[in-house]
Write a protein that binds this ligand. Sequence first.
Ligand SMILES: [Zn+2]
Length: 162
Amino acid sequence: MTQKTDHKAKAAATGKTNKMRPLSNTVTRRLIRAAIDARKAAYAPYSEYTVGAALLSADGTVITGCNVENASYGATCCAERNALFHAVAEGHRSFRAIAIAAGKSGEDAEEYASPCGICRQALREFTDPKAFQIILVKTADEYRTVTLEKLLPYSFGPEWLD
Ligand SMILES: [Zn+2]
């Protein structure tokens, strides 16, 4: 039996965890507001593109992050990973959703900014891609929600190394 087959059997056995549970309006609004607020702290003097992220842990805690750039560009880190790594450092390992707000410094967002490939993979480590919700925020009232699976299909995660 191949490792892939083992994984499929395991996924089938635990399939009941793969249901997406919609967030309440109150929680969605709280996350969106937190992402918009977190964006104000972004340090982006080079790109002048600021990003805020608000991550919802399974226990309801909201952990925020912003992008932090560096004169040595490669040392820059995205808002989504800053939120995720901060959350893990605080003891969280399971997450339900993340809201992301982004745009040119000092301006409202003009588009629904989507997480980069590295952040999608980083989030995959601690989430169920079928259930984890990504809220792409333009304004407090304009947003779209997609699952991580939609943005990162056929993904590679920790269960593949079991
Ligand atoms: Zn990223």
